[in-house]
Design a protein around this ligand. Sequence first.
Ligand SMILES: Cc1cc2nc3c(=O)[nH]c(=O)nc-3n(C[C@H](O)[C@H](O)[C@H](O)COP(=O)(O)OP(=O)(O)OC[C@H]3O[C@@H](n4cnc5c(N)ncnc54)[C@H](O)[C@@H]3O)c2cc1C
Ligand code: SF4
Ligand code: SF4
Length: 373
Amino acid sequence: MNNVSEIKNCYGCGVCSVVCSKKIISIVQDKQGFYAPRIEHLEQCTDCGLCLKVCAYSHDEVANSNTEPQGYAAWSTDVDVRRDCSSGGVGFEIGCSLLNEGYKLCGVRYDVPTRKAVHYIASTPTEWKDSMGSKYIQSYTPDAFKAISRKERFLVTGTPCQIDSFRRYLRTFNAEDNFVLMDFFCHGVPSKLVWDKYLSECEKKIGRVSSISWRSKERGWHDSWAMKLQGDKSEIQHISRRSQGDAFYLLFLGNQCLGKACYAHCKYKALSSAADIRIGDLWGTAYKDNKEGVSALIGLTERGKLVIEKTEHIECVAHDMDTVIEGQMRHQLSYPVVMRPLQLLLAKTRVPIALQALLSKYTNKLKSRLHIP
Ligand SMILES: Cc1cc2nc3c(=O)[nH]c(=O)nc-3n(C[C@H](O)[C@H](O)[C@H](O)COP(=O)(O)OP(=O)(O)OC[C@H]3O[C@@H](n4cnc5c(N)ncnc54)[C@H](O)[C@@H]3O)c2cc1C
Ligand code: SF4
Ligand code: SF4
């Protein structure tokens, strides 16, 4: 059929459900803990093919516009913003600047009750604050993407695969002129099953979690793979660091629990993008002693370069592209060692083994992979 019913293990970007005029595509969590499309009433499909047309997974090429990229190291001049964002806070400042120009913003916040990362729409700087800081799980897009009017001006942010499909959607309706699209260098999205299990184990110690920061910079930006959780049993915030063996970060950054598409079908490493602007952490040697956080900032289209030029409250230092993308993943990911046993375990409702115990089983393999002494 001329629809997405045959597609398996895709990006879960949700754009097929947005474009379907019959509203018969839902986005649901699959058995591995990733979003996937499900056609609810196949008999109502009119074979229009729009869902396939907008689907980045079913096209080999990326929906980009070829201009010479311009790269910067950049950071917010507001110390509070820089502290609370994952790298230098440029994503937040670009949003605020576009708000001043009359744009609405679509980004990702964390929903505590459902334990989900969800796309949402912000119309004020206060609402936009919820987007600060990366949430390292796959976000649920359909509700927010459906609420975007193609006649209004919007900044839309997301993973590169989400943005590639969204660009195709806009192109289908000749609506690109109203939009600025921003993605980031993307390591991959971890399984929601792993996140749920991790959180349940933390909650046994600290009670129901009421707030989360995924990147605490208390020990500086380079040691900021640190989950800061506030639970209702304890006044004290619980901080768990990758450098001290945090199970979630070891599985995530050790590439052990990502979506199948992240291993086999990611077309978006280094500078491959359908966005106007790409952001990320500027790892590498140039800012190795920086403690506050530095963003990599890349203008990929003329529109993106113009937005960067006009953004207020950021410091920008131009660099060659090798410096800007140093330390980023450039190739397909290696085969996951823990993924299979982990999935089998987490698919059961009651899991007898703790993530940490599972990890120690594979510790040596993981340690050598992650270069941890
Ligand atoms: C799953 C994931 C993997 C990443 N992998 C890398 C990587 O390999 N290398 C790298 O340099 N940077 C990566 N990043 C980006 C990095 O964490 C920072 O977001 C980036 O450095 C920009 O930081 P900032 O300080 O400007 O803004 P931040 O305040 O961190 O801005 C975050 C922006 O990302 C959006 N966002 C947050 N969570 C999600 C989500 N789950 N899905 C979609 N959009 C989201 C928000 O809407 C916001 O606009 C990743 C981010 C995510 C969410
Ligand atoms: S990649 Fe996105 S558009 Fe394509 S089938 Fe999956 S959810 Fe739908
Ligand atoms: S790693 Fe690639 S496929 Fe996976 S979420 Fe990121 S952009 Fe999408």
